[in-house]
Structures are given as C-alpha cells and as structure tokens.
Design a binder for this molecule. Sequence first.
Ligand code: IDC
Length: 424
Amino acid sequence: MKAKRILALILVICMFTVGCSCNDSKESELNNLKDIMDSVDDGVSLWWDSSNANNENGDQSTSKAPTEEVTTEEPTTEEPTTEEPTTEEPTTQEPTTQETTTQEPTTEEPTTQKPVINDEGKTPYEAHGRLSVSGTKLVDKYGNPYQLKGASTHGISWFPQYVSYDTFKYLRDAFGVNVVRIAMYTAEYAGYCSGGNKEELKKLVKNGVDAATDLGLYVIVDWHILSDCNPHTNKSEAINFFREMSSLYKDYDNIIYEICNEPNGGTSWSDIKSYANEVIPVIRSNDPNAIIVVGTPTWSQDVDQASYDKITGYDNIMYALHYYAATHKQWLRDKAQTAINNGLALFVTEFSICDASGNGGLDINEANRWLEFLNNNGISFVGWNLSNKGESSAMFQTWTNKISGFDDSELSEWAKWLRDAIKK
Ligand code: IDC
C-alpha cells in the first residue's frame, strides 16, 4: 500500500506541476490529489496498479448480484440488465477493507488445500492424454474408462473474473477437477449473438482454453443456447464460431466442443440432429478427433429420443444430459438408462443439486442418488456455476470477491458437496 501511495504521489506531483503551468486552479489539482490518494486507500485498481484489489483482500465485498426468488421449474431465460457484478458495497458489512492482523491469507492457498487426485504428480492431461469415445464410455489414451469431473463458469459476459488461470488452478488443486467448462451464452443479455462484444468474448474463451491447457486440464467450449431455444436460430454464428475455434485449437488434444447447451421450447431431436450435422463437419474439417457434445431436447434431458436416432458417420460424439437434482429425479435417470441401454455416450456437461432455476434448496438425497448413478455408469459430470451470484447453484459466497484460495467459509454448500463428490 505504501508503494502505491508513493507512486500516486509522484503521479499527482507531475499533474500538479503541469496543471500549474497551464494556469489551472490549484484547488482542482489539490482535489485531484485527494481523489487519487483516496482511491489508492480504498483499494481501487488504478491503471498502473497491476494488483487485483478484490484478490488482495479476499474478504472485501464489492460485487453482489441481485438475489431473486425464482419459482419457475426450468431455467429462466431472461437476464436482468443488473446481472453484471456491480461495484457497490453490499449492505451487509463483511470485514472491512482495512488491513488487520486477522486477515485471511491473501495470495497463497490455505495450507489445508493440498492438491488432490493427482495422477502420481502428473496433470490430468499428462496422465491421460487424448480422450475418445468407446461405446458408451469416455476412455483415455490407454483405452481405460475415464471420468471427467469439473466445474462450469457462469455466463462469461457476466462473471469473466473466474475465467482465469488462478481460479482453474485452485479448482484443480483444491477440488481435484480435471475439466472446466467455459459457458458463453448466445442470446441472453450481452450474449455472443445478442449484443455482446464478440471479440472480447472470444478473447475470454481463448484465455480460458489457454489457462486450462497450461494446467493440464480438459476444457469444454460451450455454445450456451438457452432463450434462443432452437440451435438453428443462431446457426450461422455457431458455424463461424466453431470454425474459428477448431482451426485455432486443431492441435490441442484437451479440447471438447459443446455445440448447443440446452435446446428447449419444443425443439425436436430431428431439428437438433440436422443442426449437429451442419456444425460437426465444420469442426471435423479442422480437428478430426476432438470430442463433440450435442445437446438434447427439453433442456438436454431427452437423451432417450436421441438414442433412438443417433448421429452417424462421426466418431467421438457424446450427448448432453443435464439435471438439477431438486427438480429432476428418478424419471430422468430412467431416460438416461434407456439411452445408455441403446448405446448412447452421455456426458453431464451441466448439473447442480438445487432446483432447475439454479436456486432454491439443495436436495442432498437426490444428489447422492444421481452421483451413484453417474459413477456406476462412468458418466462425466460438470457442476454449474463459478460465480458469487446470490443463488444456490453459485459456488462462491456473495460476499467474497476472491477468485482463488477460497477457504471453506467462502464456498457455498453446493461447492463443498461438489468437491466431496469429485474426491470420491
Ligand atoms: C441460470 C443462471 C442464472 C441466470 C439464468 C438465465 O444460474 O443466474 O439468471 O441462467 O441466464 C440451465 C442453464 C443455465 C441456467 C441454469 C439454472 O443451462 O444457463 O443458469 N440451468 O437455471 N439449465 C437448467 C438449469
């Protein structure tokens, strides 16, 4: 903090000198000085300040997304414009920004968080290499069944801070994840096809893929359709996006393409299949082997329908099964079982254990039944979501702005459940 004050002081003295020579009033220069010094003390990052104020003091609270009580069963498709983390202080005062001797560890992960599930000191990718699909199973480079277990970002337009090396490293070492999913909404507020900055979004995806790759993790690039219901709605954008991504990552063996998160609104399997049959060849022309996950009707639940009419002509195709344990129960496992019996390779690229709105109480009993089902069938799973939004599917508490090095009090109940599930 001292260094910052000194730098700020130098900066202001320069401004003051220039200001005087331009005959500006001394009073306004003095106000500038005060503003800058105040902002330094408040922990606000200035352009020359490469440190992350939020990160430095993990217990600060500056962003709190609104908590709305959602009663609808299925995910809401409207994104409030207030979604983006704000810079306002929350009303419930957490520990202040003052540095005190009782501060949490600031940079290093707590010593209790030793790396878990490391394949004899190797990263997941070093140990398992290129994955492929064999029958209904995902297998590693040795042909052994391999389960991916990980976490998904929230919409990257809204919570870009977690698309980071530090967050992914924390998840790998403290949770034991071997995969991360980068969720890029297409139609919601600031989505890729709804006014979001395409270049910025692609940059975020690339940062995420690079970070995951450096960490030896597998990474899913998710074209997160939701309120656009039918993947044909934004098909030409999807084709361009996947052409670019697969060309960029054609030599990466750890990348997985998820071409349509959750078709819904009555979109039929034959519609989805015809979309897949246009997008898959685009990816295949660059990358003949990457795993491609295809969404299924009714928010990626009707995997049984897909199993009666599989996509043919391509290897390494998997089908998305999504569930929220407090809403989707045995009846959905029955559909999944039918699909498996029919030879479909399933991938739970998104789930949580609250209800389908992404909020509400956790159903631990049902969560455990699901987990047993997934493990018995060797199905990979990815938990939703990496954010501190006020909803029970968020992994981080609303009052923490840390992006890594979380201690247990900063994790949601769901995050702790997921961590245990991955370690099992
Ligand atoms: C939810 C988010 C929530 C957001 C909403 C609409 O958790 O913060 O406001 O989307 O954008 C899904 C979707 C996923 C949903 C999630 C929970 O894939 O985007 O996220 N869900 O509703 N399918 C079933 C549940």
